[in-house]
Design a protein around this ligand. Structure first.
Ligand code: DGL
Length: 269
């Protein structure tokens, strides 16, 4: 059964940085009339290099506080690094639905003929959760792992309108070259630099991410009855936990995504 959904419905999208925008984009395409509150914990960025306990404590504290303060109806943890450890404890603390994003190993393995590449953060590629996914859903296809914070930084840079170094990207992806035919973008930042990754890996490599599946899950949980199709969009507000770098350039980009400028929101710890 779906949750009651109306144009007052508020969705919280959470990530360490701008990566969750790739998930927001997929959800918004299906449910444009809802109100979206995007929170990024840039004070602790990059999540892919945080200690397990620090990450869990931060995400739980921040998400629970925002949920209460903004009276949120559904949370999306738009971060693989966080979702692969924090979902059970977060769900236990909240009475609203919490949707997470984890690497799309299963669809990738079904699509692969040769081998799957998992490109994610250094933390995600070491998670037990990720290794369980591989064991359970890619029994017959080998999975090559690549953890990179550089690629996360590149997505942050690109969103601020900066040029990426093709050479650096090529060097970072070198371990995958020629070995795989499907690559999982296992970090929500990576769909933001999908074209660049595709260019380096080659057109013969299929890139797979979890964005659309997350959007379907959100839609399923909310149900889409009662939503107007009069083209009206709901609110889009964005909050950070520290002053973002290149804030002007970031706000210009965010405006194109429909967001008002970033609001600094340091919550009680
Ligand atoms: N976007 C995040 C993910 O999906 C994390 C990036 C980071 O802060 O390291 O894993």
């Amino acid at each position: 059964m779906g949750y009651r959904v109306s144009q007052q419905t508020k969705i919280l999208i959470f990530d360490s940085g701008v990566g969750g925008l790739s998930v927001f984009k997929e959800i918004e395409a299906k449910l444009p009339a809802l109100n979206y509150f995007y929170i990024f914990d840039n004070a602790a960025y990059p999540y892919g290099e945080l200690e397990h306990e620090t990450l869990t404590a931060r995400v739980e504290t921040l998400v629970c506080q925002y949920v209460e303060k903004l009276e949120i109806d559904l949370v999306v943890i738009a971060c693989n690094t966080a979702s692969t450890i924090v979902l059970p404890s977060l769900r236990a603390r909240l009475s609203i639905p919490v949707v997470g994003v984890v690497p799309a190993i299963k669809p990738a393995s079904n699509l692969a003929n040769k081998a799957v590449g998992l490109i994610a953060t250094p933390a995600t590629v070491t998670r037990e959760y990720t290794h369980d996914l591989i064991r359970d859903f890619s029994k017959t296809k080998p999975v090559e792992l690549l953890g990179s914070t550089l690629l996360v930084d590149m997505a942050e840079e690109k969103l601020r309108g900066r040029e990426l170094s093709q050479l650096e990207l090529q060097q970072a992806l070198e371990p995958m070259a020629g070995k795989i035919d499907v690559a999982v973008l296992g970090c929500t930042h990576f769909p933001l630099i999908k074209q660049e990754i595709q260019h380096v890996l080659g057109e013969h490599v299929l890139l797979v991410d979890s964005g659309e599946a997350i959007a379907r899950r959100v839609q399923e949980l909310l149900g889409n009855e009662g939503l107007s199709d009069d083209g009206k969009k709901g609110k889009r507000e964005i909050f950070s936990t520290a002053p973002p770098y290149a804030e002007g350039a970031l706000n210009t980009a965010l405006q194109e995504w429909g967001f008002s400028p970033v609001q600094l929101e340091i919550l009680d710890r």
